[in-house]
Ligand binder design. Structure first.
Ligand SMILES: NC(=O)c1ccc[n+]([C@@H]2O[C@H](COP(=O)([O-])OP(=O)(O)OC[C@H]3O[C@@H](n4cnc5c(N)ncnc54)[C@H](OP(=O)(O)O)[C@@H]3O)[C@@H](O)[C@H]2O)c1
Length: 225
C-alpha cells in the first residue's frame, strides 16, 4: 500500500491535515473517487464510500482502510444516488458511526459510448438522473451537516471543513462524439456547483469542482481493483 499511496498523495500535503474530518463520497467505490478518498484517509480523514454494488463497495472500503492503521472507512452498498431514501440512510449512518460529515465528494456517474441516433431516451435520462439528480440529492442531504461542520470548525487556524467536490469533465466545453449524454450531464453538474458556490457562500460552505479529461487521468487506475 505504501507504494500506491505515494502515487496518489503529493508531498505538498501536510501529514495529518485531515485529522478529525470525515469525507462522504458517492461513487467512492469507483476508479477515480476511491483514489481521492484513499488520499484523504492517508492524510488522517475517516471516510464513508457508497455505491450500488454491495460487495464491490465493501471491498474497496477495506482496501482504502488498509492505507492507514486506525482509520475508519465505511463501505455502504445498495445505495442508489437517484433514490433519496437509500442515500439518506447512508448519510445518517455516516454521521452516527463516524461523528460528522465534513467533506462531500459527489462522484457517482453513469457513462457509455453511444452515437446520438442510437441513444434511447431512457439511456439519456438514466445518465442525467445519476449525474445531475444524484449530485443534487446528495448535496441537499449533506448540506445541513456541512454547515454544522463549518460552524464547529470556523477558525482560520483549524483544518478546513464544509467543502464539496463535484466531479466534472471537459467534454461539454467543445462537444465530443458518442458522449452527448455525459456532456449534458456534466454541464448540469457545473451549473449546480456554481449555484451551490453562490448560495452557500454565506454559510462558508465552499465547493471545489474537479475536472477530469484524459490528460489528467494518469492515476494508477488499477491500484484498488
Ligand atoms: N474515467 C474517465 O475517463 C473520466 C473522465 C472525466 C470525468 N470522469 C468522472 O469521474 C468520476 C469517476 O469516474 P470513474 O471513471 O472512476 O468511474 P467508475 O469507476 O465507473 O466509478 C463510478 C462509480 O459510480 C457508482 N455509481 C454509478 N451509478 C450509481 C448510482 N446510480 N448510484 C450510486 N452509485 C453509482 C458506480 O458504483 P456502483 O456500480 O456500485 O453503483 C461506480 O463505481 C465520474 O463522475 C466520471 O464522470 C471520468
Amino acid at each position: 500500500m505504501a507504494s500506491s499511496t505515494t502515487n496518489v498523495v503529493s508531498e505538498v500535503w501536510k501529514r495529518g491535515i485531515f485529522e478529525n474530518r470525515v469525507v462522504f463520497c458517492t461513487g467512492g467505490n469507483g476508479s477515480i473517487c476511491s483514489v481521492q478518498v484513499q488520499a484523504l484517509v492517508y492524510l488522517k480523514a475517516d471516510a464513508c464510500v457508497v455505491g450500488r454494488n454491495v460487495k464491490k463497495t465493501e471491498l474497496v472500503a477495506q482496501r482504502i482502510a488498509s492505507c492507514r492503521p486506525g482509520c475508519k472507512v465505511l463501505g455502504i452498498g445498495g445505495v442508489d444516488v437517484r433514490k433519496v431514501e437509500s442515500l439518506k440512510n447512508a448519510v445518517e449512518r455516516c454521521v452516527k458511526e463516524l461523528g460528522s460529515l465534513d467533506f462531500l465528494i459527489a462522484g457517482a456517474a453513469g457513462n457509455f459510448l453511444s452515437p446520438l441516433h442510437k441513444l434511447s431516451p431512457n439511456a439519456f435520462k438514466s445518465v442525467i438522473d445519476i449525474d445531475v439528480l444524484g449530485s443534487y440529492n446528495i448535496t441537499k442531504l449533506a448540506l445541513p451537516h456541512l454547515v454544522s461542520s463549518v460552524q464547529q470548525n470556523n477558525s482560520y487556524s483549524s483544518t478546513p471543513a464544509g467543502r464539496i467536490i463535484y466531479v466534472s469533465a471537459t467534454l461539454h466545453y467543445t462537444g465530443i462524439p458518442l458522449q452527448a449524454h455525459a456532456s449534458v450531464a456534466k454541464a448540469g453538474i457545473d451549473a449546480l456547483s456554481s449555484s451551490v458556490a453562490i448560495e452557500c457562500y454565506p454559510n462558508h460552505v465552499r465547493k471545489v469542482s474537479r475536472l477530469f479529461s484524459r490528460r489528467h487521468l494518469k492515476l494508477p487506475r488499477k491500484s484498488l481493483h
